[in-house]
Design a binder for this molecule. Structure first.
Ligand code: NAP
Length: 239
């Protein structure tokens, strides 16, 4: 299927692996030039080279922490006028809410609510002026079906959901062919999912493999999603 986005340019945050990388790959396969980001330079450069070599699009790698002002400035300096913005960052740690203080909550809100809002704010007027824009936020199904140990994620991302739902309905934005969406992953087999399960395994004394199998049993399809399935959906949302 031709998604009609060949030749567009996308910023994809937090994209050296997992869902961000899968989304970057799917956009690249549809001819979208990329500016990708993650903190660890080597892994990011390796992903950039892989995408360049397999798809032929232009890929610029910006190693930076997207949850900081400096990180976001570096990304916007590399690409001030993206046609597509994929917001993403690492998820907050799992745990017991009694262990979290103000600093944990502020870090979660900064990473999983304010960072996508600030990046969207920086690029949306350009999108409106050019009459094309797609903003996709990689968030979590936890905003619809909250997960007990992921309170920081449930809370911070619910704030993002509320804000984005209002923004998407802004007539100035929608009428200018600019769409703003959250795409809510359930359980996808990435390092993040494995990490959350490993953390629970430590606490329960069960093996991570046994816990993973238990988790997967609760999914109607009987398996975790593959990152490429999620990436293809995000690319479709950008069409
Ligand atoms: P992942 O496989 O662990 O990948 C995370 C990616 O984000 C890596 O490339 C990582 O690279 C980068 N990253 C993390 N923090 C960053 C930061 N501050 N600045 C820039 N890059 C950063 O995770 P994932 O499963 O793809 O998850 C992506 C998002 O979806 C997370 O917010 C996660 O909580 C959420 N989610 C995932 C699932 C799931 O089942 N996988 C379900 C619901 C929600 P560096 O470490 O080098 O920065």
């Amino acid at each position: 299927m031709d998604l009609g986005i060949a030749g567009k340019t996308a910023i994809v945050c937090a994209a050296s692996k997992g869902l961000g990388k899968a989304t970057a790959v799917s956009l690249a396969k549809n001819g979208v030039n990329l500016v990708i980001n993650a903190r660890s330079k080597d892994a990011l450069e390796a992903t950039a080279a892989e995408i360049r070599n397999t798809t032929g699009v232009t890929v610029t790698a910006i190693a930076a922490d997207v949850t900081t002002d400096a990180g976001r400035e570096a990304l916007l300096k590399a690409c001030a006028n993206p046609d597509i913005l994929i917001n993403n960052a690492g998820g907050p740690p799992p745990g017991d809410f009694r262990d979290w203080g103000r600093e944990h909550w502020l870090a979660a809100v900064e990473a999983n609510m304010l960072t996508p809002i600030l990046l969207t704010k920086a690029v949306i007027d350009g999108m409106i002026a050019r009459k094309f824009g797609r903003v996709v936020n990689i968030t979590s199904g936890a905003v619809k079906a909250p997960i007990d140990v992921l309170g920081l994620s449930n809370g911070a991302r619910s704030g993002l959901t509320g804000f984005i739902a209002g923004l998407a309905r802004n007539p100035q934005i929608a009428a200018a062919n600019v769409t703003v969406n959250n795409v809510l992953p359930g359980a996808f087999d990435t390092d993040r999912l494995r990490g959350v399960i490993a953390n629970q395994a430590k606490k329960t004394g069960k093996s991570p493999e046994a816990l993973f199998a238990e988790r997967v049993k609760t999914i109607p399809a009987g398996r975790a999603g593959r990152p490429d399935e999620y990436g293809e959906l995000c690319a479709f949302v950008c069409s």
